[in-house]
Design a protein around this ligand. Structure first.
Ligand code: NAP
Ligand code: ZN
Length: 353
């Protein structure tokens, strides 16, 4: 197979900083789209995996090139590609391949395919080794995993839709969030702030739970009807038994029972945050009120396109701080301190400088 060298940023171990590295990409095959990457969002999952915090579930193979919130421009397409041509805007999220035949793929849930390939740190079916993500100047992806970006959206702000967007949109839709529902969002980070925008656009009454009092004004601007600083026990108790749905998007260890208790009978809390260590769940929090505890993983390709189209129609993008790739290590440290409003988006042109 013919390959080319491209520039990337990679970590060599769980404790080393990200630094420049030349990597190999395949030349586009007949079904492939080659994309020049313009922006790539920084997801907290990048940090978890660079630091091998998910070692029990998906151990990190080094070097790792993270990044699964990718937007760019098509530079070349294979002979059998029908949906894209050079010059088109295109996007890639967390998935780059699946077997297309299993019941999950047939149902449009490629994220549950036993043979799916993640955008980074997943066995590479073409070149061997592992896949390399979006902190690089170019990527080659099967056209069935390439998404279309609505023309009205800013590219830097659209990039985070490819993970933070779909990961929050999917459970909101699945659990029937609409006008008249009371919805809680726990953790106003990259995912959380997208959840607020989508839940508001779907017509719900949105309450944000945050540990950061300095995010209060922003939460209201993003579409929240109310903000609760979660350390305020009195304020928390006022909401006991009142929520139809709560989305938990917290990246670190926390007491989830405090939120389960806020659900009404038959209400649902969905975990999308993926902290390193298990969360303790009180049986009583669930028994009382027959409440549901569930999880959600990104979303399938068709639903990701639906989310992008919804975002285009409602003019929804992430609130981003654009950084050059040279600032990526600093950005990781700031992300760990919840010091970003609300997503870092890397301007990939900086990789050439
Ligand atoms: P993020 O931007 O860092 O946001 C996480 C938020 O959690 C922070 O902004 C903070 O919000 C809150 N938080 C952080 N530490 C906390 C603590 N010790 N106690 C309570 N709250 C705390 O991260 P993200 O990119 O949105 O990702 C969130 C999580 O979702 C990560 O674990 C990530 O790996 C996971 N994820 C899952 C999926 C999926 O498919 N399920 C997809 C993408 C990401 P406040 O300042 O408002 O308190
Ligand atoms: Zn992500």
């Amino acid at each position: 197979m013919t390959t080319t060298k491209v520039q990337a940023y990679a970590a060599q171990s769980a404790t080393s900083a990200l630094a420049p590295l030349g990597i190999t990409r395949r030349e586009p095959g007949s079904l492939d789209v080659q994309i020049e990457i313009l922006f790539c969002g920084i997801c907290h999952s990048d940090v978890h995996q660079v630091r091998n915090e998910w070692s029990s579930v998906m151990p990190t193979v080094y070097p790792i090139v993270p990044g699964h919130e990718i937007v760019g421009r098509v530079t070349q397409v294979g002979a059998a590609v029908t949906k894209y041509k050079p010059g088109d805007l295109a996007a890639v999220g967390c998935l780059v391949d699946s077997d297309h035949t299993c019941p999950h793929c047939q149902a449009g849930l490629e994220q549950f395919c036993p043979n799916m390939t993640l955008t980074f740190n997943s066995p590479d079916q073409h070149l061997g080794g592992v896949t390399y993500g979006g902190y690089s100047d170019r990527i080659v992806v099967d056209e069935r995993f390439v998404l279309r970006v609505p023309a009205n959206l800013s590219l830097a702000g659209a990039a985070p839709l490819l993970c933070a967007g779909i990961t929050t949109y999917s459970p909101l839709r699945r659990w029937g969030v609409t006008k008249g529902k009371k919805v809680g969002v726990v953790g106003l980070g990259g995912l959380g702030h997208m959840a607020v925008k989508f839940a508001h656009a779907l017509g719900a009454r949105v309450v944000v739970f945050t540990t950061s009092p300095n995010k209060k004004e922003d939460a209201l601007r993003l579409g929240a009807d109310k903000v609760v600083v979660s350390r305020d026990v009195n304020e928390m108790q006022k909401h006991t038994g009142s929520f139809d749905f709560i989305l938990d998007a917290v990246s670190a260890h926390h007491d989830i029972n405090a939120y389960i208790n806020l659900l009404r009978p038959d209400g649902t809390i969905t975990i999308v945050g993926a902290p390193e260590k298990p969360l303790a769940v009180s049986a009583f929090s669930l028994l009382m009120g027959r409440r549901n505890l569930s999880g959600s993983l990104i979303g399938g390709i068709a639903e990701t396109q639906e989310m992008l189209d919804f975002s285009g129609a409602h003019n929804i993008t992430a609130d981003v701080e654009v950084i050059p790739i040279q600032k990526v290590n600093e950005a990781y440290e700031r992300l760990l301190k919840s010091d970003v409003k609300f997503r870092f988006s890397i301007d990939m042109a900086s990789l050439k400088s």
